[in-house]
Design a protein around this ligand. Structure first.
Ligand SMILES: [Zn+2]
Length: 222
């Protein structure tokens, strides 16, 4: 008997298609994606329909806050079109914490050490993709800071990107594009998180104490 050739097991097309879509989700590899597809199959029609509707709902019923780019419900907001953080009068609208992703915000909120508002970039500058600055809400940040500066009152921009290669590249890029504004308006202070955040300790996963320290020991850029 000749040694048998390794064989590939093929799954039905619908499973392969669903698995391929699941494999695009963050942190999901091909094997997990296949397991998820079989899970949907096992759960039956009702679950599949509910899942599909929930996914559509996310795209239909959520929009971005025009000021900070956090997501918010299309309906049900009575804050002059802004999200509840931007609209909150008790918060300091002249202290802006710039984060990579919206999911970094709950962790910063948990520390209780920040009473300002946010700006969600929507990602990082990728060293490999030349057009990545275009994808981020950088122009909006620039305009926001420019408008706020015109009043002449002090303003702080805290750059809370992650201590990763791309987070650092984003930080440097932000400092560079904001520096002409800083020269024009002496009221702007730009700071970065203190490196209590160790390498790889991303804002999304950092514990409260670490994050609070990083906020407290933020350093002003020259
Ligand atoms: Zn907002």
């Amino acid at each position: 008997m000749p040694p048998s050739e390794p064989k590939t097991v093929m799954y039905p097309k619908a499973i392969l298609r669903l698995a391929e879509l699941f494999s695009k989700l963050p942190g999901i590899g091909p094997r997990q994606a296949t397991r998820m597809a079989f899970f949907v199959l096992r759960e039956g029609d009702n679950y599949g329909r509910t899942l599909a509707a929930a996914i559509q709902d996310v795209n239909k019923n959520i929009r971005s806050c025009p000021q900070c780019f956090r997501s918010m419900d299309v309906n049900g907001s009575s804050h002059n079109g802004l999200c509840e953080i931007c609209a909150d009068q008790r918060r300091d609208g002249r202290s802006i914490c710039v984060v990579e992703k919206e999911i970094d915000i709950p962790n910063i909120e948990k520390t209780g050490a920040f009473a300002g508002v946010y700006h969600v970039l929507g990602g990082t500058i990728s060293l490999l993709e030349k057009d990545s600055p275009e994808r981020l809400h950088l122009k909006d940040l620039y305009r926001r800071i420019e408008e706020l500066s015109a009043s002449g009152a002090p303003l702080e921009v805290i750059i809370a990107t992650n201590p990763t290669t791309e987070g650092d590249a984003t930080l440097l890029y932000l400092e560079r594009i904001l520096s002409p504004l800083k020269e024009r308006f002496s009221v702007i202070a730009i700071s970065r998180l203190g490196r209590g955040l160790s390498l790889g300790a991303e804002v999304e996963y950092a514990d409260e104490v670490t994050l609070e320290n990083a906020l407290k020991h933020r350093t002003q850029t020259s």
